[in-house]
Design a protein around this ligand. Structure first.
Ligand SMILES: Cc1ncc(COP(=O)(O)O)c(C=O)c1O
Length: 391
């Protein structure tokens, strides 16, 4: 608990001030946004030196930019990593991390459900002779059993997509390291405030900054955080070469959003906890999938590796059908219907679109599953809305 408290205090400071150096910018209380694409040098020799060490010098904004750099410094420190690069989207970050870690002939083991576009990317990578398989279990033994001789990456989210099961980060990192397998984890759900996978031995952390880190539904971005060694290779290859970089404008929005991250996450957590309890006792609901509930199968594990719970959760209707799901979703008013999550507004959706129930079964997802992104609004209004929609 003490560590959590110290971490929390440190994180608040990082969110507000890390890397800003107002003395460099005429004392500006927020750093300026450097929209320029390039940086000029007094002599050709100096330019040459900077080009040879582009990661540490401002040369061209596709490589480094002071505004983007501030956001990267904050995210690296929040995750307790050595270095971070920010991307134009979460998917650009995931693509870079996977490409950096794999070559033809390698296999990726995916643990349980991950974001569907990540699965699409893994399917796409088959054309480069990179194969993958999914283990629909989250316990360490099952994951270990699913390893193949050519497995080079274990990729996962914790909590897992839709079903919100947790993976034991320390145990997974230990056995992967012993076999020289790289672990890549999407930590978007928890944010670095509530979970720090690198401190448990995970190799690479991914974020879609389009969710809580942005928090206002007005910012697309992604981030990769890891050791200096991994990030240095990733910088020269997947970052600067593929070019899916975060723009200085998005970075300044991200810096702005990070200032309020601690207070926003507290509100998401409090609201989500109340909604999860409310749904748990509702007669139309079979089960609620939220690791903050003591009844969750991974609650104890969560207490070890999570220091808080964000606002994305799911529940299953007793009537597990597309029609039942559709009716509930269409009746809500406070909850708006849309994709994405992690912002101020409250959202409702389901992976069951009526035409994909066969796929859902394969993915071990109930056809009665409804996903809620609990926003910053009044929780009593949210509960009233769900109550009337579930009637
Ligand atoms: C868990 C998770 N990771 C990554 C992404 C992709 O992020 P982006 O939409 O910023 O590319 C998403 C998008 O919804 C997501 O839910």
């Amino acid at each position: 608990m003490m560590t959590h408290k110290k971490d929390r205090e440190k994180d608040i400071e990082i969110c507000m001030h890390e890397g800003e150096e107002p003395e460099k910018y005429l004392g500006a209380v927020i750093p300026p946004t450097f929209h320029n694409t390039l940086f000029v040098y007094p002599t050709f020799e100096e330019l040459g030196k900077a080009v040879s060490k582009e990661q540490d010098h401002y040369v061209y904004t596709r490589g480094t930019n002071p505004t983007v750099h501030i956001a990267e410094k904050k995210l690296a420190r929040l995750e307790r990593g050595e270095a971070c690069k920010c991307f134009s989207s979460g998917m650009a970050a995931i693509s870079a991390a996977l490409m950096n870690s794999l070559k033809s002939g390698d296999h990726v083991l995916c643990v349980s459900n991950v974001y569907f576009s990540t699965m699409d990317l893994l399917n796409y990578m088959e054309k480069f002779n990179v194969t993958h398989s999914v283990v629909y279990a989250t316990d360490t033994e099952s994951i270990q059993r699913a390893i193949r001789p050519n497995t080079k990456v274990i990729y996962f989210e914790s909590p897992t997509d839709h079903n919100f099961r947790l993976i034991d980060l320390q145990a997974l990192a230990a056995f992967a390291k012993a076999r020289d397998i790289r672990t890549i984890m999407d930590n978007t759900w928890a944010t670095p405030l509530f979970q720090k996978p690198l401190t448990h031995g995970i190799d690479i952390v991914i974020h879609s900054t389009s969710k809580y880190l942005g928090g206002h539904s007005d910012l697309m971005g992604g981030a990769v955080i890891s050791s200096k060694q991994i990030m240095s290779k990733l910088f020269t290859d997947e970052f600067i070469m593929l070019g899916g970089i975060m723009s200085p404008h998005e970075a300044s929005q991200l810096i702005r959003s990070l200032r309020t991250l601690p207070i926003r996450m507290k509100r998401h957590e409090e609201n989500a906890m109340e909604i999860a309890h409310f749904l748990s006792s509702h007669p139309a609901v079979r089960t609620v999938r939220f690791p903050g509930l003591a009844s969750h199968p991974d609650y104890e594990l969560g207490r070890k590796q999570l220091s808080g719970y964000s606002g994305l959760l799911s529940f299953e209707l007793k009537k597990a059908s597309y029609d039942a799901v559709r009716k509930v979703i269409d009746r809500t008013r406070v909850f708006q219907t849309g994709v994405s999550w992690g912002s101020f507004e409250s959202l409702i959706t389901s992976p069951n679109f009526g035409y994909n129930e066969v796929d859902l079964k394969k993915e071990h997802t109930s056809p009665g599953l409804i996903r809620l992104s609990i926003g910053q609004g009044d929780v009593n209004e949210m509960m009233k809305d769900l109550q009337q929609a579930l009637e």
